[in-house]
Design a protein around this ligand. Structure first.
Ligand SMILES: Cc1ncc(COP(=O)(O)O)c(C=O)c1O
Length: 480
């Protein structure tokens, strides 16, 4: 073999590189936990691109350490307790290590023999989650790469099952204008899925929300009648569990009643908040999810697994075989057989990460208790943060948090509504550049709010007090 290849595949070299990398990452975790280092070393996109373009010109020297160190240094650090931005978990180190294992084994998953154990573990993990959701004896599901793909997969199943003409074979016929109903607060990927499916703007019916940003279930009947009067065939309703901007849970029981009455597919997007199922305290938030036809849960949000790992669960697992009806002779001889072990039949991916191994290893090592602890720690922290915000007159809470997502804004004294939008946009921009905290912003009812998703269980009340202090002490520096 070529010397370069022999050396690059050398087990001894791998051992050395792995030790070096683990030391680097453990040092970073230590620093994240203890030090006052920034959560992100913000650089403007073109500046950072120029830096890496210059790096790319450097001579090859066979030592990955400088590059690996630099990648770590110039990235956002989710394990820093002042990370409270988007809904991505600081992964459990064990789950990340399992990612090294799955990266090296690289089993492809689509057919059984290309992912024997990973397919078996996927079955166990999805059955376990379906049971937690109390979806019933016929339930089961699959894992796929992220909530976006998962929601699209579930809606494709919904269309295949709930619509009489066979879109897979016949294509999309103009005579059957299809539609789904969903909260105006749903994640944009639901809208995207509907458009990918050819439903167009008319085919995604956005239902207004109440003062807590929950879908107004009292409007469902009227909107359905209106859709029918407009010649649309509604085939599914999507419930948020919870929504993205404010972390609000829809009334899933009411949506289930409505879907049952009209024989519509009920899909619950629990990408973020489906994990409430792990806690007896927070489980009531998802009451009614057990009646859903399909449910999505992201393990890389509230369950501390590195991206991407998402479960799509079905109340009747057999439905999942109707999503794609692909004939692929080079993979499986019988395209119609309902074999759970050939992962590729029911998911978008052909080659797929061995994602089940990460969830399974965590479950077998720490038990369910670790998921319960994470959900409860973060949801309680958010509730206490809301108390902190409320106790300071210079801040305003957008809505009482139901999950670990909190929206609030600086209001100060005597500003107009437009000035407050500018001020809060500037606050967030300044925080981003300073890099000490990472928070995001959102627009609610046309007004700008600061938004935190408390994803890191090592974040404390003290970090959150400091965030409010920093904002209120510095507000007068912002140009108004
Ligand atoms: C409610 C909800 N659904 C779906 C998604 C998309 O998930 P992913 O980022 O895994 O594609 C998100 C992401 O934030 C979300 O909050």
């Amino acid at each position: 073999m070529d010397n370069l290849l022999t050396a690059a595949y050398s087990p001894e070299r791998f051992r050395q590189q792995a030790h070096t990398l683990v030391d680097l990452l453990a040092d970073q975790l230590n620093q994240d936990e203890r030090s006052n280092e920034p959560v992100l070393p913000y650089a403007e996109p073109d500046e950072l691109l120029a830096y890496w373009q210059a790096d790319f010109q450097k001579p090859i020297d066979g030592d990955p350490l400088p590059v690996l160190t630099d990648i770590v240094k110039r990235s956002i650090h989710l394990h820093n307790p002042r990370y409270m931005g988007h809904q991505v978990a600081p992964p459990l180190p064990l789950a990340a290590l399992t990612g090294v294992l799955t990266g090296l084994l690289n089993n492809g998953m689509a057919v059984y023999e290309m992912g024997m154990t990973a397919n078996a573990l996927e079955r166990i993990v999805t059955q376990w989650m379906a049971e937690k959701m109390q979806l019933g004896p016929q339930a089961g599901g699959l894992l796929t790469s992220g909530g976006t793909l998962a929601n699209l997969t579930a809606l494709l199943t919904a269309r295949a099952v709930a619509v009489s003409n066979n879109v897979w074979e016949e294509g999309y016929a103009e005579r059957s204008r299809l539609a789904i109903m969903v909260s105006e607060e749903a994640h944009y990927c639901v809208d995207r899925a509907a458009r990918i499916m050819g439903l167009g703007s008319d085919g995604i019916i956005k239902i207004p929300t109440n003062e807590r940003f929950q879908l107004r279930t009292d409007l469902l009947e009227t909107y359905l009648e209106q859709a029918r009067a407009n010649g649309l065939t509604v085939f599914a309703v999507v419930g948020c569990a919870c929504s993205t901007s404010t972390g609000s849970y829809d009334d899933l029981m009411a949506i289930a009643d409505f879907c049952e009455k009209h024989t519509l597919w009920f899909h619950a997007d629990g990408a973020h908040g489906g994990a409430a199922v792990m806690s007896e305290t927070y489980r009531p938030l998802i009451r009614g999810i057990e009646r859903a036809d399909s449910v999505v849960v992201d393990f890389h949000k509230m369950m501390m697994i590195p991206a991407l790992v998402t479960a799509v669960l079905y109340r009747r697992e057999l439905d999942s075989y109707r999503t794609f009806q692909q004939k692929a002779q080079y993979l499986w001889s019988d395209a119609t057989a309902k074999d759970w072990f050939n992962s590729g039949k029911r998911v978008f991916e052909c080659t797929k990460l061995m994602m089940s191994a990460k969830v399974y290893t965590v479950l077998r090592t720490y038990g369910e208790a670790i998921f319960t602890a994470n959900v409860e720690t973060l949801y309680r922290l958010a509730s206490r943060f809301a108390d902190q915000v409320r106790s300071r007159p210079e801040f305003e809470l957008a809505v009482e948090p139901e999950s670990n997502i909190v929206c609030f804004r600086y209001v100060g004294n005597g500003h107009t509504a437009d000035q407050l939008d500018t001020l809060n946009t500037q606050i967030r921009a300044k925080l981003l550049k300073e890099g000490r905290f990472y928070i995001v912003q959102t627009t609610l009812r046309g007004r700008v709010y600061l938004r935190v998703s408390l994803m890191n269980p090592l974040t404390t009340d003290t970090h959150l007090e400091e965030l409010l202090d920093v904002i209120s002490q510095q507000h007068y520096h912002y140009a108004e």
